[in-house]
Write a protein that binds this ligand. Sequence first.
Ligand code: ASP
Length: 368
Amino acid sequence: MTSPKPSIRACAIALALGTVSIAMAAQPEPAAQPNPLPATQHKWAIVLHGGAGVIERSSMTPEADAQYRAGLKEAISAAGAVLDKGGSALDAVEAAIRLLEDNPLFNAGRGAVFAADGTNQLDAAIMDGATMHAGAVADVQHTRNPISLARAVMEKSPYVMLIGSGADAFSAHVGLPQEPQSYFFTERRWQSLLKQLGKEGLPIPPRPQGAPPAPAEPLAFFETPDNHKFGTVGVVALDRNGNIAAGTSTGGVQAKQWSRVGDSPLIGAGTYASNQSCAVSATGTGEYFIRLTVARTICALVQYKGMSLQAAADEVVQHQLPAIHGDGGIIAITPDGQLAWSFNTPGMFRAKLQEGGQPQIGVYRDEP
Ligand code: ASP
């Protein structure tokens, strides 16, 4: 006999009244998802991305190139350390994404792109392949680490997705660090926004309150036609118990309007994990990834068509997406240790690491 579970409505009321313990795991109990391999056969592994787009050697200074690689290495090493100690795939995903969110180079957390109104509007999702529990947030503006908020939604609320000021209120309620908008500000992203708004003839919002004074000299970094597409972050991991997880965090697309939300926080589009198939995190122009439910489609090809992970990823990213003019890429992992990435852009910031190995880091298309 199973014990009775709290109804979703009862949980919602308790939350609203502030009477609920934040440790309550309110999502329904999962159906058991046994992993095909015994635990002893699993070597941990991680794949991560830091965004896809027109990333070419000609448009990157050696300094920028080195900084991105260092950021990817730091994040994948941190996730590896979690897994090496026997930590869960979920913990590894959260740990790596928090570092990438804290790193101002990436379009997630601090350093996120700006919306047209001059705010940073952050989206994130996380999914646990062992239970198929998931948590997601969109248009968060004050939570320092949106991926931790997504995890809190999964573990401490009866819901899968929260948005806007309600999501930030829940974040404060469960005790996650809150920040003023100026915490997320970077000069590089601000200049990039002003340039795009100018080109599109859109009104220029005031410089955000609390931002440092504008520099006298123009910034020396790198500039490409679509640099607003750089830097969404995502991680997939396999732990020694054979469980997989996926997470994605982003500021979305630059100069977005009207509370636009992309694929990253949408389960099945930009983020998905199930021990029955695979875990995927995507990056690219979200509208196309939403229409093709890219992450779930790749996993369905693995689960129902028996395709290898790489073949499934390539089918969607190299054929189905381009057929509707979608650009971007994905990273993926399976419980039996297949790792994959696939992108149809000139570059994607990416890294892989398997137990006992060294991080393999890539930026441009011609790298292995
Ligand atoms: N997929 C993200 C979005 O559409 C952006 C990106 O990955 O570059 O919001």
